[in-house]
Ligand binder design. Structure first.
Ligand SMILES: O=c1ccn([C@@H]2O[C@H](COP(=O)(O)O)[C@@H](O)[C@H]2O)c(=O)[nH]1
Length: 238
């Protein structure tokens, strides 16, 4: 299947396979990738992956594995063997967990992108403090991104607010997959560290994850086209 040149990944956060495919059938796999998350996968199982692959989509399976190294490595292997383009783990699972996942993919010659979640985009400083980390999200994101790089990850999930800093620390080719994307004046909802699509790209994000701004819009296709136009018309060099 041809890789889309677009950085857009549409989050298919739906409660059924039929609802997700209804949306997918309006999308063009040459213009975006799609993301399958916990709700949809728990309800539909691997059938959704087969259906999306059959339609030509590259799929990011966003299950954020976080467990002991052997369990995570086996889950990552299972995802990759189902042909997903990208899968993720939590960087806070630590170096041995991430390394085990990387080694498992290499042992089985699986080329699925493997990335690690740093700090969820729904979290702000006060949320971190309640978990015992009384620091700015940026500090923890920097720490976990460096650990993810050292543990063989292809990139991280972070907010676009951290993309520029991660590019400095981890380089251009290290993927910065950024949810929390909101059009100007868009509703943040439960997200806390947000950015507009154009600003996120200018900051160095390599991929933009967009869910509700498209899927919950009155006219999802118009919302998607508006984002595509915002990206197409952003100033050169940004
Ligand atoms: O830190 C993270 C990690 C994952 N997500 C996922 O991205 C989408 C965002 O959806 P919106 O509707 O655009 O807010 C969603 O599937 C999350 O599970 C994230 O938001 N933040």
């Amino acid at each position: 299947m041809p890789s889309p040149i677009s950085p857009l990944i549409i989050a298919l956060d739906y409660a059924s396979l039929d609802a997700a495919l209804c949306m997918a059938d309006r999308l063009d796999p040459r213009r975006c990738r799609v993301k399958v998350g916990k709700e949809l996968f728990t309800r539909s199982g691997p059938d959704i992956l087969e259906a999306l692959h059959g339609r030509g989509f590259e799929v990011f399976l966003d299950l954020k594995f976080h467990d002991i190294p052997n369990t995570v490595a086996s889950a990552v292997q299972a995802a990759a063997e189902q042909g997903v383009w990208m899968v993720n783990v939590h960087a806070s699972g630590g170096r041995r967990m991430m390394t085990a996942a990387r080694e498992r993919l290499e042992t089985h010659n699986l080329d699925t992108r493997l990335i690690a979640v740093t700090v969820l985009t729904s979290m702000e400083r006060s949320d971190l403090a309640e978990t015992g980390l009384d620091i700015e999200p940026m500090e923890q994101v920097e720490r976990l991104a460096a650990l993810a790089l050292a543990s063989g990850m292809d990139g991280v999930v972070c907010s676009a607010r951290e993309s520029a800093r991660i590019r400095e620390i981890c380089g251009d080719s290290f993927l910065k997959v950024t949810p929390g994307i909101r059009p100007a004046n868009g509703e943040a909802g439960d997200q806390r560290r947000i950015m507009t699509p154009a600003d996120a790209m200018a900051a160095g994000s390599t991929h933009l994850v967009v869910g509700r701004p498209v899927t919950q819009a009155d006219d999802p296709m118009a919302a998607l086209v508006a984002i595509e136009q915002e990206l197409a018309t952003r100033p050169q060099g940004q």
